[in-house]
Design a protein around this ligand. Structure first.
Ligand SMILES: Nc1nc2c(ncn2[C@@H]2O[C@H](COP(=O)(O)OP(=O)(O)OP(=O)(O)O)[C@@H](O)[C@H]2O)c(=O)[nH]1
Ligand SMILES: [Mg+2]
Length: 351
């Protein structure tokens, strides 16, 4: 199964600046020579892979990336300034294709890898360059070369940062629906979710992260009962597990019993999976029965050294807190020093 994050973007490099037609004018020199300077180079649009990025979410809605044009040449042999490049920062593992031809242009597999998606045009030469012994007053200069433009498809295979585990029907899919654009099926019967779903979560100003919703586990899952444990391999590379407990059900005995049941199945599948940090939370706190029962569970877990969180996907209560707690376990990403460049994208023309 493939989880793909995609974005289609338009890149347009800056045009080269015009060369200038100009003649020197000095007081006692009636016919000064040509002194028009060259145009500057248009900015490139560069795609750079960074380990600090996790998703292509930023580019889903910000499609146009346009570099500025080079400055025009001026008299006095002044060269127009070169325009700055625009940088698009994508996660490591992003592939770049030409939207029209489907051609693979780049596979950015290493941190820092760059690809020039649209090359800026070089500036035109000013008339000072065209003066020869026989042509002393060239009244022409070159225009700049236009910058490249094209549509590009970015594609990334997603890996989940957070895996949601729990018994069937505890509200795993409802949670991911609340915090991301993922829309798995939700229903009040067990095994609604038959395949894993990934959702991209944007939390505050932080970089986004990826949550995997997987089918519920039951006792004996390791032996193939219910949906079995095959899909657990999808969360083997996550940084943290969100363990959701539902204490509102008719079969409720204690949160701890359910918690241990799930963890036994995890361990039987892979001790490494059990060793991952877990954020444990009681859901459905909008239900009276949950609120009545939860104090007992919170106290019990506390004695075991586990701080239970609580939330309701229905009302949103406790969700921000939960996301914050999950983020603490996701390896910190250095604040990107390389953003801002997208903001530099502009249609502005030099004078
Ligand atoms: N009252 C209330 N009901 C909820 C909440 N979250 C989920 N539910 C209900 O609980 C039932 C199960 O929700 P799902 O999100 O499908 O549960 P799941 O854990 O994904 O279930 P499986 O995919 O079968 O393992 C549905 O009827 C939901 O409407 C909540 O916060 N409050
Ligand atoms: Mg589900």
């Amino acid at each position: 199964m493939k989880f793909i994050d995609e974005a289609k973007i338009y890149v347009k490099a800056g045009d080269g600046g015009r060369g200038c037609v100009s003649f020197r004018r000095e007081k006692y020199v009636p016919h000064g020579g040509p002194d028009g300077g060259d145009g500057g180079k248009g900015g490139d649009v560069i795609i750079r892979a960074s380990a600090n990025r996790r998703t292509l979410l930023d580019y889903k809605y910000r499609q146009h990336h346009v570099a500025k044009h080079g400055g025009h040449g001026e008299g006095g042999k002044r060269t127009g300034r070169d325009a700055e490049d625009v940088e698009i920062v994508v996660p490591v593992g992003t592939t770049v294709r030409d939207s029209q031809t489907g051609e693979l242009l780049a596979d950015l597999t290493a941190d820092g890898a760059v690809f020039i998606a649209a090359k800026g045009g070089i500036g035109g030469r000013g008339n000072a360059r065209f003066a020869t012994a026989t042509r002393q007053t060239p009244r022409f200069a070159q225009p700049g070369i236009p910058g490249q433009d094209r549509w590009i498809d970015l594609e990334l295979r997603l890996l989940a940062d957070v895996g949601i585990i729990g018994l069937p029907n505890v509200g795993k899919s409802t949670f991911i629906t609340k915090v991301s654009a993922a829309r798995p099926k939700i229903a009040d019967y067990p095994f609604t979710t038959l395949v894993p779903h990934l959702g991209v979560v944007q939390y505050g100003d932080q970089e986004s992260f990826v949550i995997a919703d997987i089918p519920g586990l039951i006792e004996g899952a390791h032996a193939g009962l219910g949906m079995g444990t095959r899909f657990l391999r999808h969360i083997e590379r996550t940084a943290v597990l969100l363990h959701i407990i539902d204490i509102s059900s008719e079969t409720y005995e204690s949160g701890w019993r359910d918690y241990e049941l799930i963890n036994r199945e995890l361990e039987l599948f892979s001790p490494d999976l059990l060793a991952k940090p877990q954020v444990v939370a009681i859901g459905k706190t909008d239900l009276t029965v949950t609120r009545e029962r939860m104090k007992k569970d919170i106290d019990f877990f506390h004695k075991k050294g586990i701080e239970l969180l609580t939330f309701s996907a229905a009302t949103g209560e406790g969700i921000q807190n939960l996301l914050q707690e999950l983020l603490l376990h996701i390896p910190p990403r250095r604040p990107p020093t390389d953003t801002g460049t997208d903001g530099a994208a502009s249609q502005e023309q030099p004078e």
